[in-house]
Design a protein around this ligand. Sequence first.
Ligand code: URP
Ligand code: ZN
Ligand code: ZN
Length: 469
Amino acid sequence: MSVLIRNGRVVTAADDYVADIFVDGERISLIGQTLDIAADKVVDASGRYVLPGCVDPHTHLDMPFGGTVTIDDVESGQTAAAFGGTTCHVDFVIQGKGQSFGEALEAWHAKREGKAVIDNGYHMAVTDLAEGGTLEELATLPDQGVTSYKLFMAYKGALMVDDETLFRTMEVAAETGALVMVHAENGDAIDVLVKQALATGNTAPHYHALTRPPELEGEATNRAIQLARIAGSPLYVVHVSCKESVDPIAVAREKGWDVHGETCTQYFFVDYTFLERPDFEGAKWVYTPPPRAKENQDVLWAAVRNDVLSVISTDHCAFTWQGQKTMGADDFSKIPNGGPGLEDRLHMIHEFGVRQGRISLNRMVELLATNPAKLFGLYPRKGTIAVGSDADLVIFDPEKRHTISAATQHSRSDYNLYEGTEVTGAVETVFLRGQTLVEGGELVARPGVGQFVRRARFGEQLSPAPAAV
Ligand code: URP
Ligand code: ZN
Ligand code: ZN
């Protein structure tokens, strides 16, 4: 199967030019002006952007969490991703207590069997080095293409690890070339604050934020940075939400330490006051770290502009409001933490980042596709438009207006974080390795089309997959 995309405005992290793209099989084989070449499918992309398929390095599909399981499985979550222009994501395998890493990885591979709509890789969330996986086993994961280890410094009694586990994992990463990712919040202090709030009858959703103050995110961020320096491992801080966490990352990067940071779409748009909405509506925005005071939003825009933060992810961890969030109707600590967003990232960042002049179009591509691909061992196969790269391509109509809503989304969640937001610019057609995935408002490829991607080690490049014979 070959595809010729004619006359589109090709935008990468570095370039912006009008060209034709010829795709032969799964990869881009030629880019040029007025290509005189026959193809099975010809698409006229005049007046449209042609973007690399976006890469989301932070998602939670079919994940047991907070006494329930996230509502989007691989099929619904990846379908939402596809409609939002995301063609590859990296999901978190969660090591269960007492479970080996191999067992955990096998369980996550089973979740995607026959359901995958886009490509994905896995991070390994380390939760138990005492009775579950060993350091020796952890060291073998990069050979299986799992080249990042995630540690939760919060969620005491559930996913949280102590500093010894964090530090030992960092030491393994320094040896194996894996990237260490941290959820940076001081889980012990949060646990005390949550107990105190509940003991005084403070049970409403906004206490989720009041018991997780930004200082505790800043403290944990700095602790992880200093521990990674001693261990000699690279560090990636996920879902940075506030100035208190941006500042230590800025210092680390200024000094040239191997520290990287991500924020998520929601932190630019949702602030603390959303949690105070009446009739339990605030629970829709109970995710962690919590929505912060509004002034943090400008701090985050500056940080993504200045490359203090290098990635915008979604942290898609969807639950329904009715039935799942309501588990915490009488106790905010029982509201499952997380929100949907896989479908909305490109549309929201294009509207409020690019169209409203906060970041350039090239920087948007860098934050949503190129940098996540580079940091997570997917580049240059993913994250750019170049000869030899996978033909993961998004044709984006920059003039089409639409309204973001749960009524039209593909996530199974019953609400949308940005309900009613009007944006100009819409994903029109999506290709995954040369196959048409989304066209005319429909998913046209069958589940099963997505592949597991064995990622390269941190700092290494991922060569194109060998051609199918
Ligand atoms: O609330 C969130 N973010 N849920 C997903 C788990 C995590 O901390 O990333
Ligand atoms: Zn987290
Ligand atoms: Zn997360």
